[in-house]
Design a protein around this ligand. Structure first.
Ligand SMILES: NC(=O)c1ccc[n+]([C@@H]2O[C@H](COP(=O)([O-])OP(=O)(O)OC[C@H]3O[C@@H](n4cnc5c(N)ncnc54)[C@H](O)[C@@H]3O)[C@@H](O)[C@H]2O)c1
Length: 389
């Protein structure tokens, strides 16, 4: 279906679109980026030059290669320039109505064989596809930020997507040097769903004043081996993105308490304390401010890790139980998409599922909240003394 000669279209020249275009052009495809905003296009063009120059300086690619990549990318504000594309990946504003309008237009100007993909983080692929006459050629191809560096790509067929199209896209993106995983079209797909407790359970522990944020961050790094603590990471991602993803996943799951957002984070968003990018978030990054010190208490630290990790494993187990992805793909997704030190289901095997079950049952008993219900798969596996691997 796709060859090296397939022309790749990218809609939107923002953070994601420009990265995706660079990946496609680096893999040898002639690539077209389209944006309605000429300033954004100009910025993307400049950023591409800077990004390629850096790679040359670091001797990751030769100057000739950089030049050929640059020559393969064309920037346009004319959607009709997409008419010869074989695959178009949309990476515009996260708004379902705008995306539907764009997909309808893309379908009307392209060849009947052109595959249309969305890079959406949280919207339903099936719903976007339903705006098209031929929803069978529409799917989700979800890159992570920055697309040039993060190896993971989630491939998400909608309910009408043809299997051949899904497989061809997976093969193509693998050939670009990425690691692909297959996910069912459900809120947050794999990574943005399974990772929710990393933030929300940490926030819960903080909101209940069990520990301060510096201590929670320390505990997850020290005892869990996570590269960053949840508060540092939320500040880096930005609360405008991280809070909105949590709220979207929660509402799309019919307000399942497992995904309930925290008012503390909402207030940061309302205050425009968006994190590192605005100088203030959970932490204060302004000049002259010092970072708070953690309380390095081993018992507390291990309690925090155990609680957050059990909730993460519970979500990973539920994702497997509901057939959203395979155990292997869930573990790959969390290690390659968000740099977890280990796959969660492999980690569950190491800790022992009975231990995870006991932690969750204790939380459930203490809180009497549905949020802490143990996944039925874990209950069944404990009974049968089974492991994920
Ligand atoms: N930023 C992330 O971390 C991240 C990660 C994975 C997926 N995503 C998803 O990728 C998509 C893009 O995110 P982003 O962060 O690159 O956004 P961004 O705001 O950086 O860029 C969006 C670009 O789309 C352009 N645009 C808006 N409407 C358009 C239209 N109708 N036609 C053509 N161009 C249009 C804008 O001018 C802008 O340049 C979203 O769906 C988002 O959910 C984002």
């Amino acid at each position: 279906m796709f060859t090296k000669d397939t022309i790749i279209g990218v809609v939107g020249s923002g953070a994601m679109g420009s990265g995706i275009a660079q990946v496609a052009a680096t893999a040898g495809h002639s690539t077209i980026i389209y944006d309605t905003n000429s300033t954004a296009l100009e910025k993307a063009k400049n950023n591409l030059t800077v990004s390629l120059n850096k790679l040359v300086e670091k001797q990751k690619i030769t100057a000739e290669k950089a030049q050929s990549i640059q020559q393969r990318i064309n920037f346009t504000n004319q959607i009709h320039d997409f008419k010869s594309c074989g695959l178009i990946i949309e990476a515009i504003i996260e708004n379902i109505e705008v995306k539907k309008t764009v997909f309808k237009e893309l379908e009307s100007i392209t060849k009947s064989t052109c595959v249309l993909a969305s890079n959406t983080s949280s919207l339903s692929i099936t719903s976007i596809a339903a705006a098209c006459q031929n929803p069978e050629k529409v799917l989700g191809i979800h890159f992570f930020n920055p697309a040039t560096i993060m190896p993971l790509v989630e491939i998400i067929p909608g309910i009408a997507t043809e299997n051949d199209i899904t497989l061809a896209c997976q093969t193509l993106i693998n050939s670009w040097g990425k690691t692909t995983v297959l996910a069912k079209d459900t809120p947050g797909f794999i990574v943005n769903r399974v990772a929710r407790p990393f933030y929300s359970e940490a926030l819960r522990i903080y909101d209940e004043q069990i520990a301060d944020m510096a201590t929670i961050d320390w505990a997850l790094k020290e005892y869990g081996g996570f590269k960053m603590g949840p508060f540092e990471l939320m500040d880096l991602i930005g609360h405008d993105v991280n809070y909105v993803v949590t709220e979207t996943v929660w509402t799309q799951f019919y307000y399942d308490p497992r995904f309930k957002p925290s008012l503390t984070q909402k207030r940061l968003l309302e205050a425009n304390f968006l994190g590192k990018k605005t100088g203030r978030g959970f932490y204060d990054y302004r000049e002259g401010k010092t970072m708070p010190e953690p309380k390095k208490d081993e018992v507390l630290g291990k309690y925090i890790l155990n609680r957050v990790l059990s909730m993460l494993i519970n979500e990973a187990a539920d994702t497997k139980y509901l057939g959203i992805a395979s155990a292997e793909d869930i573990d790959l997704a969390m290690t390659k998409g968000v740099n977890y030190p280990k796959g969660l289901l492999k980690w569950a095997d190491e800790i022992g599922l009975a231990t995870i079950q006991a932690t969750l049952n204790q939380l459930y008993q203490d809180y009497q909240e549905d949020r802490y219900r143990c996944c039925v798969l874990i209950n069944q596996m404990v009974k049968q003394a089974k492991r994920f691997y």
